[in-house]
Design a protein around this ligand. Structure first.
Ligand SMILES: Nc1ncnc2c1ncn2[C@@H]1O[C@H](COP(=O)(O)OP(=O)(O)OP(=O)(O)O)[C@@H](O)[C@H]1O
Ligand SMILES: [Mg+2]
Length: 267
């Protein structure tokens, strides 16, 4: 008798979507935060995640990370159910700067992004070290790799955070307000970095932001939380005065310069 083995990794159906929500409801502390979430985020998109404070943007990331179960509906992340510790997802939390010790060195934080090193269960190999060097180089942080986090500026810390998220070759990056507290130049640098990462390989990037303007040059899509429901659309469809005004509850104007640059402004 011949036994034919089936390679389940190649037999798995391929999907062009990095994230699928199907009738999802998010509940925290017994309260529905948002509901009826049905959307698809295509692989390779750079997605702005927008909505007012408390709308449930961070909650969406927690569902994707498998840290919070959906109260209703189905979630598919990179072709499977969300699971904690998925190495294919790189995450920079909203409170990253306050969550890391001032004394830790940039290089050591990036090393923590490598699977299996979190609890010191294995020694750092030369190959690990090379990957950390590469991640630091990709975000332009080589020059301060040996510095303690307390010695770095906000923009430098944000780059280290992104290096930690990409060091394990994440297929999906979840960045929760990576531009908060950055001056315009550092915002611009982080945005350029996101665009460059996407150019290198088909990573999908979801980035929470309150000010869309610095991100508009690289965003392809948006997920917006409106009236208690998440929606997805192409960025051009979302950057509309009516929609943004409704979303933020304050008048927003959309301006297009003769050069074709698009930006929003209040009032
Ligand atoms: N641990 C928790 N237990 C219960 N409710 C929570 C918890 N964390 C957050 N919430 C509630 O869930 C709702 C959504 O919070 P979430 O952090 O997802 O919002 P957000 O859109 O990320 O807001 P922000 O722009 O302020 O970061 C809020 O009303 C918040 O009070
Ligand atoms: Mg949040």
């Amino acid at each position: 008798m011949t036994i034919t083995s089936v390679d389940r990794t190649t037999a798995r159906p391929r999907t062009d979507d990095a994230l699928v929500l199907d009738g999802v409801r998010a509940v925290r502390g017994g309260r529905t935060i948002w509901s009826d979430g049905s959307l698809r985020v295509p692989t390779g998109a750079i997605v702005g995640v927008i909505g007012p404070n408390g709308a449930g943007k961070t909650t969406l990331f927690q569902l994707v990370l498998g840290l919070l179960p959906a109260a209703e509906g189905r979630i598919e992340v990179l072709g499977g159910s969300p699971r904690r510790g998925d190495r294919r997802i790189g995450y920079v939390p909203q409170n990253y700067r306050s969550a890391v010790s001032d004394a830790v060195r940039a290089r050591d934080l990036v090393t923590l992004g490598l699977a299996g090193t979190r609890f010191g269960v294995r020694r750092i190999s030369a190959a690990d070290r090379a990957r950390v060097d590469e991640a630091l180089a990709r975000v332009g942080a080589t020059g301060y790799a040996e510095q303690r986090m307390s010695r770095l500026s906000g923009g430098q810390q944000q780059r280290v955070a992104i290096a930690q998220a990409i060091v394990d070759d994440a297929e999906l990056l979840l960045l929760d307000e990576p531009l908060a507290n950055l001056d315009l130049r550092h915002q611009h640098e982080v945005v350029e970095l996101l665009g460059a990462l996407r150019e290198e390989r088909p990573v999908t990037i979801m980035v929470v932001a309150h000010d869309l303007n610095p991100l508009l040059p690289v965003l392809t899509d948006a997920v917006y939380l409106l009236d208690g429901h998440p929606h997805h659309d192409r960025i051009d469809e979302v950057v509309q005065e009516d929609l943004l005004t409704h979303l933020y509850g304050t008048p927003i104007r959309v301006v297009r310069t003769p050069q074709g640059d698009l930006f929003t402004r209040g009032g």
